[in-house]
Write a protein that binds this ligand. Sequence first.
Ligand code: G4P
Length: 527
Amino acid sequence: MSELKAEISKRRTFGIISHPDAGKTTLTEKLLLYGGAIQEAGAVKSNKIKKGATSDFMEIERQRGISVATSVMGFEYKGRKINILDTPGHQDFAEDTYRTLTAVDSVIVVIDVAKGVEAQTEKLVEVCRMRDTPIIIFINKLDREGKDAYDLLDEVEEKLGLTVCPLSWPIGMGARFKGVYNLWEKNIQLYTEQKKQRISESINIEDISTPEIEKYIDKETADTLREEIELVSGVYPPFDKEAYLKGQLCPVFFGSALNNFGVRELLNCFVEIAPIPQPKMADDVLINPLQDDFTGFVFKIHANMDPKHRDRIAFLKIVSGVFRRNTNYHHVRLGKNLKFSSPTAFMASKKSVVEEAFPGDIVGLHDTGNFRIGDTLTEGSKLSFKGIPSFSPEHFRFINNADPLKSKQLHKGVDQLMDEGVAQLFTLESNNRQIIGTVGALQYEVIQYRLEHEYGAKCTYENYPAYKACWIESFDDDQLDEFKKLKYRYLARDKFNRLVFLADSSFSLNMAKEKFPKIKFYLKSEF
Ligand code: G4P
């Protein structure tokens, strides 16, 4: 096997997604414990916005400070190199999460057994389903009372539109929680409440009908388990790796991340079944990781917290070939060559300079303003990776310059913050005024603060009453011309100079759709 092939087959790059508080940080930490990447619980800083501690806005700055360390957490386990890509918990940062999901090959979804499927989980899973990302589900907090396992799985199937296949099954719950039966490894894992560090022993049970089970759990519980396992194999489809890899079947595990229970089983199964780095579309060509030519794309940009150093880290996902330090690579959008003297790799929360990196890996590139989210690097070919989504913002405001002497700084600051993906910029066709669109209202404070502290520019905002931004496209020029004439006031260009209709209400959007059937209106665009 070639070195490249061997390196690719070792790698598993995935993301953990959940609604805030379901246990994503706790699970990440336990996974890192198994990989020996950290020694103690509490080492992974939660990047969620703590309520009440300080203002939400200061919390965002705090989060930005730690999120560079947790952006990528790499560790080795059973001869595999595992990369966990972090996703922000706060819904105002949903766009960051969507972009990160373009750089993973699979995901683990954490669901709180008591809360079931929550809003944020629904949205994120929808994005995964759009690209058929393989999903494993971890149902967490079994040490607490929660929903009945069958009901919960019904809810997952209904709300998330997934077909599930339990690979473990809970024995009781809450105060009566005895453990799980692991259908994947065919053993019972007994639970004893011991916080944090305990790694519980499992008991091998090939045949669930054996009376030996009753040595560990009482007869009544054992009988219930036998009945349930029989029912499970009747109700749910058997595990099928191909179906999982196509995103059509989701294995489900039950456990308690806080008690480190069920986590090792999840990880053992994950390393066996999770996909290796996958091919990716660039223009109309599928780029195979095995091809010798290096290619990669930037899915995230992180600005330095120190306002005196306005440098940034661009996170590059390697798609194919080998990335090497101090080698000239082609920046396709800018049409120029760049080389990197200190690309960093991420192992747990440590950064180190790497000589080379392989498909599935993420490297951090020191950037002085060359990169924008979605940029492609190659060994010379002109291809561009597609598929980093941008969604219609929910909030829209005009941005005004509050210090006329600093207009250059303002312009540069806005430009760079948009490159980072903090918000979206639209320029009105009619008068060239600039509108900033965001997912959450908090981003306006962040932008104002960062413009002032990092660029020395001041801005004010003015509400712009838009409902949604729709990217439009039409193959009928006459209709498009008519639309442009009629809606001139509501038309803008995005940062890539694409035409956008800023609909002022859902009513006017629907009217426009009816009146102009040959125009396509998209609430999402890809770049
Ligand atoms: P998140 O990243 O998805 O937002 O969730 P996080 O891991 O921070 O967990 C949210 C809360 O749920 C934490 O409690 C955590 O200790 C708790 N938790 C996680 N897994 C389990 C579990 O298996 N069982 C139980 N009972 N609780 C669990 P917290 O009080 O908000 O924070 P902390 O003070 O414990 O850090």
